[in-house]
Ligand binder design. Structure first.
Ligand code: HEC
Length: 498
């Protein structure tokens, strides 16, 4: 197979992997209608022969419990044991579908034409807060914010680049000389399938002393136009840069991490991850997602589907888990990641947290530990959008026991995005809790995890808008980057009595 068609296959695989529009949308509902609706009703409201599947369920309401109810059935009472006639994947698919309908999740940020941030105070179980608008109309594809000391906010828009939002909410132009984003230049491509995005921006932990700003972007090579089924496309690949902003210009630029040129692909950056996290010992972590379909994610010779760990100047730490493996990317810290949307080090808890979008069902929050395998594309709690079992190229020797399981499972999947571990004085009762954003779900969740086990989950903002990024400011207030086609905004959560 020549290089172009390999690229083409990768693009097809990637598009199928996360594009809801590429799946026959009605297939899941169709399975329900043909097999279940006769007894449970078209809307799961119940019918003469069967109980309602909305409201209380005697067999339990988690996806695992619903799947068990379907598999085992209750033949004496008229519910067939579906494991006799359906595959485990079909049963899982139906369980996820029932859970989605129960959650009312015909998720969409397209339900509202205009984003209006509520003015009233929001009461939640542990804190009441208001949302203050910091900046409006920040851009169509915002990706990242990083509060600077003194009230300014660094900001990235994927197709543009780095800008600064002033305390008055006014946005600067693109920072001169900094990595810039590329809108799609070929008519058949949609802008949201781009290559050459500017993704996360983050401050070095000692920024006030050294001024370093880190930017993770999809670097386009100069001479790499290839043909794909969607038309001609430029190749790109994740790259971590650092520089300083002096007098409004980007200076002292250094490449901190880059992939080998042969690993650049025409696959979109939608699932490329592109986050940055610093720990408290001088290391920086970056998330590199699916940039070549499913290929290479389980292979240490490829950079895709990995979290990489580096010294802050780009040197490879000697105690990285795969430094002695021949041919491996020595920067690899963990592997088996799909679409890593959030990465955050909690210094007090000593935990590197990561969030990633699964297929349909199976969005995850993971606790990352060196050398561990998080499973994609071999295992997932979700099911492919086409209704197929997750298990691409899975060797017979691998079992689910070899795979790290998520600490928090978001099924049905709300399209999980960024996350933080909250530490701050503004909301003391949230100390140590995870704040987890969602895109389709348009909701911010607070999740309490104790000893690696989820204890509480509460929706604290929304449904409102796609929540792209979350940052805790120095005073403990929480900044949210809201993405909406009408008017993307930055808002600040402040205690209601402040
Ligand atoms: C012939 C009728 C019939 C069909 C077809 C049928 N069910 Fe059921 N189902 C029932 C009945 C009756 C019960 C209640 C059983 C009981 O009370 O023990 C039930 C129970 C359930 C439960 C457990 C409810 C609870 O309270 O925990 C689930 C989940 C469920 N069905 C899902 C499905 C799905 C999904 C399908 C399609 C694959 C399906 N059922 C097809 C009759 C049916």
């Amino acid at each position: 197979m020549n290089r172009i068609s390999l690229v083409a296959l990768a693009v097809i695989a990637t598009v199928f992997a996360f594009s809801a529009s590429a799946q026959p949308a009605g297939a899941w509902a169709g399975l329900y209608s043909s097999q279940c609706a006769v007894c449970h009703g078209d809307q799961m409201e119940g019918a003469a022969e069967g109980v309602a599947l909305i409201g209380e369920l005697t067999g339990g309401t988690s996806v695992d419990e619903i799947a068990a109810s379907i598999a085992v059935g209750s033949p004496d009472n008229g519910m067939p044991a579906w494991s006799e006639t359906m595959s485990a994947t079909e049963i899982r698919q139906l369980a996820i579908y029932v859970a989605e309908v129960r959650a009312g999740t015909s998720f969409s940020d397209f339900k509202v034409d205009e984003l209006v941030v509520p003015e009233e105070a929001v009461a939640t179980s542990k804190h009441t807060f208001r949302l203050e608008v910091v900046a409006e109309n920040v851009g169509r594809y915002p990706y990242s914010i990083a509060p600077l000391p003194g009230g300014q906010i660094l900001f990235t828009e994927k197709t543009q680049g780095i800008m600064i939002i002033g305390p008055d909410g006014v946005k600067s132009g693109l920072i001169e000389g900094s990595p810039q984003g590329h809108p799609m230049e070929f008519a058949r491509d949609q802008i949201q399938f781009g290559t050459g995005y500017v993704m996360d921006v983050a401050l070095h932990p000692k920024f006030e002393e050294n001024g370093w700003i880190y930017v993770h972007h999809g670097h386009r090579c100069d001479d790499c136009l290839v043909m794909t089924p969607r038309g001609p496309r430029m190749q790109s690949m994740n790259r971590l840069m650092r520089g300083r902003i002096v007098d409004g210009a980007w200076v002292d630029e250094e490449i901190i991490w880059a992939a080998d040129r042969e690993h650049y692909t025409a696959s979109t950056e939608m699932a490329a991850g592109g986050r940055i996290a610093f720990d408290s010992s001088g290391y920086v972590y970056i998330s590199v997602g699916m940039k070549n379909g499913y290929d290479g994610i389980q292979d240490l010779e490829f950079p895709y589907g990995k979290i990489h760990r580096l010294h802050d100047d780009g040197r490879i730490p000697e105690d990285n888990p795969f430094v002695d493996v021949d041919g491996a990317y020595a920067s690899t810290w963990t592997l088996g990641h799909r679409s890593p949307q959030g990465l955050e080090f909690d210094a007090e808890g000593g935990v590197l947290w990561q969030s990633e979008m699964g297929p349909r069902g199976g969005d995850e929050v993971n606790r990352l530990e060196p050398g561990k395998n998080y499973g994609w594309p071999w295992f997932s709690k979700g099911v492919h959008y086409q209704g197929l079992e997750v298990g691409y190229d899975r060797p017979d020797t691998i079992s689910i026991d070899d795979i790290e399981q998520p600490i928090v499972d978001f099924t049905p999947g709300p399209a999980i995005s960024s996350l933080v571990a909250y530490r701050g004085s503004a909301f003391p009762n949230w100390e140590g809790d995870l704040l987890v954003g969602t895109l389709k779900g348009t909701t911010l969740y607070r999740v309490k995890v104790v000893d690696g086990v989820e204890q509480e989950r509460e929706a604290i903002v929304g449904p409102l808008a796609r929540i792209r990024d979350i940052e805790v400011d120095a005073d403990g207030t929480v900044l949210l980057l809201l993405e909406h086609r009408s008017n993307s905004q930055i808002v600040r959560m402040v205690p209601a009595d402040a």
